[in-house]
Design a protein around this ligand. Structure first.
Ligand code: SF4
Ligand code: SF4
Length: 124
């Protein structure tokens, strides 16, 4: 009984072990992988990230030039970021805000330039 009372008093008067998230957020450390994003203008829609993803949460529509990620299935392992040949994927040391519904990251790239147009632009 005495031991229990001591514990109750300690818990009532001591510092809280939890935080009132999202009002009080814990500082993240620099290598923390909390969010995933891409710069779609640099993406060449090669599909490497989707192949390397252990959670299979990335889909790359190569022909349609659409990049999609189910961030709720992502385990933030960084495999995709390390494998991306154009280094257009990034991870930031920040936590995602709480969400009321599952959302997908969807990016649509610009249509591919025809080869002749590209060659002309290079020659000029
Ligand atoms: S690996 Fe990089 S360049 Fe290739 S589809 Fe994924 S994000 Fe785009
Ligand atoms: S961080 Fe890992 S789990 Fe998340 S999309 Fe990239 S490869 Fe997939």
């Amino acid at each position: 009984m005495l031991e229990m009372t001591k514990n109750v008093l300690q818990n009532l008067l001591g510092k809280s072990s939890t935080r009132l998230y999202p009002f009080t957020k814990r500082e993240t450390f620099p290598s923390f992988r909390g969010t995933l994003d891409i710069n779609v203008d640099e993406c060449i829609f090669c599909g490497t990230c989707a192949k390397k993803c252990p959670s299979q949460c990335i889909e790359v529509d190569i022909k349609g030039r659409v990049w999609t990620c189910d961030t709720f299935a992502c385990v933030y392992c960084s495999n995709c970021v390390e494998a991306c040949p154009t280094q257009c994927m990034t991870m930031a040391p920040a936590t995602k805000p709480p969400a009321g519904a599952k959302d997908l990251l969807i990016y649509k790239g610009k249509p591919k330039e025809p080869k002749e147009k590209k060659a002309k632009a290079k020659a000029e």
